[in-house]
Ligand binder design. Structure first.
Ligand code: COA
Length: 334
């Protein structure tokens, strides 16, 4: 009997501390009006100093496991997508999360695909499950993005926030619960569009790194914007066409939450109705790999996401990387 991957549960964690646009007005030369008009972001969450990426990931993971109805002993693979790991570069954040939530002796690793990390991880979970190697995969997207943001750089500091989301992906023989399709791709020729130059083998940690602020995210904002709209739109058209699905059949279009103008341009190009498009960017900003699972959790907790409803995920990020997925929600609703 064929085995499929199914999206069994979702959980998320957002830090309590809010960094509002008016807070940012006091830190850099910007205005609430500029930020809202250009990005749609009103506020973002920032983790306290003593909270790490793995702490947030663990909190989201515990919720996802509890909602899955499974025990921790049932999880046989832990994947964490992050570009703000607890440590550069070992141990992996997935190992630390596994320990914090009480899962031991299972395979655990991180993947690095920036904002596309969560959907990239879903491709890995699907492959492990469909090959029969694993049964219940915990997939986490967690970021303490504030740890790589320069809060004197107005072009980036208004955009990003912290948070985590997690999902349990399980084996099923019921085709109606199965991932319908998932695509992931990359083009390294645009690597300099979004980059954290140090520390790494190109620029090891040293005084120059600190003097030139190479440890903070750098972005070609305008170029990234244009490419994001083009790529996100094309990616959705491709996956819908491949699966003979009309955009009107999508219950929840869940794009990466980077900028309201990007989401609006993509939604309009695809003819999506407002009620189909999930929006959290106004309250969380761009939380990178955590963005999509936090958005799924948002509609789950507000009662909008029901068992069997079709989700269309669409993401784009540093690398450059991009990915899209057609997945029915196979979780039980509380
Ligand atoms: C960053 C972004 C909001 C900037 O919007 P934009 O319309 O492209 O604006 P530009 O970068 O062309 O800058 C326009 C002006 O606003 C200024 N500006 C930039 N940030 C500002 C801020 N926070 N407040 C006020 N002015 C700002 C620029 O300095 C520039 O001024 P100038 O014309 O005097 O040089 C937009 O490019 C964006 O969202 N890009 C994609 C980012 C993204 O999604 N990244 C993650 C991908 S996963």
């Amino acid at each position: 009997m064929a085995i499929y991957a199914s999206f069994r549960s979702i959980g998320a964690y957002a830090p309590e501390k809010i960094l509002s646009n008016s807070d940012l007005e006091k830190m850099v030369d910007t205005t609430d009006e500029w930020i809202v008009k250009r990005t749609g972001i009103k506020e973002r969450r920032i983790a306290d100093e003593h909270i790490s990426t793995s702490d947030m990931g663990a909190m989201a993971a515990n919720i996802a496991i509890e909602r899955s109805g499974l025990g921790k002993e049932d999880i046989d693979l832990v994947i964490c997508a992050t570009v703000t790991p607890d440590y550069f570069n070992m141990p992996s954040t997935a190992c630390i999360i596994s320990d914090k939530i009480g899962i031991s002796n299972v395979q655990a690793f991180d993947i690095s695909a920036a904002c596309s990390g969560f959907v990239y991880s879903l491709t890995i979970a699907k492959a492990f499950i469909e090959s029969g190697m694993k049964k219940n995969v915990l997939v986490i997207g967690a970021e303490k993005f504030s740890s790589i943001v320069d809060y004197t750089d107005r072009s980036t500091c208004v955009l990003f926030g912290d948070g985590a989301g997690a999902a349990v992906i399980s084996a099923t023989t019921d085709k109606s619960e199965a991932f319908m399709d998932i695509h992931a791709s990359a083009d390294g020729s645009y690597a300099d569009f979004l980059v954290t130059p140090a520390p790494g083998s190109v620029h090891p940690a040293n005084q120059k790194m600190l003097d030139e602020k190479l440890n903070f995210v750098q972005m070609k904002g305008n170029e990234t914007f244009k490419l994001a709209v083009k790529t996100l739109t094309k990616d959705v058209i491709d996956i819908l066409e491949t699966n003979s699905i009309d955009a009107s059949e999508i219950k929840h279009f869940i794009p990466h939450q980077a900028n309201y103008r990007i989401i609006k341009a993509v939604g309009d190009a695809l003819g999506m109705r407002e009620d189909q498009v999930v929006l959290t960017v106004q309250k969380y900003g761009n939380t990178s790999a955590a963005s999509i699972p936090m958005a799924i959790n948002d509609i789950y907790e507000s009662g909008r996401l029901k068992e069997g409803e079709l989700m269309l995920l669409d993401t784009f990020g540093g690398g450059l990387t991009w990915a899209s997925a057609l997945i029915p929600f196979a979780g039980k609703v509380k």
